[in-house]
Design a protein. Sequence first.
Length: 75
Amino acid sequence: MLAELRARGLKLTADGSRLIIAPRSLLTDELRAIIRSHKLAILHELAVESRPRPKFPPWRRPRYVDRWRRRRLTA
């Protein structure tokens, strides 16, 4: 949904539970209805997108990172 709206030239941002869409001149009645009906899904996609991703997931972290942390904690 988010990709489709961006492909139409819309810039979407979230401000809490508010959805900010620019430029307003590109919004048609059809798009407004679609956005209203999918507002929660769009807000969720924006929240997931803005979440920082870990550099290494714990199960794929290189061993040297664990060794470095152990040394640092014991020093």
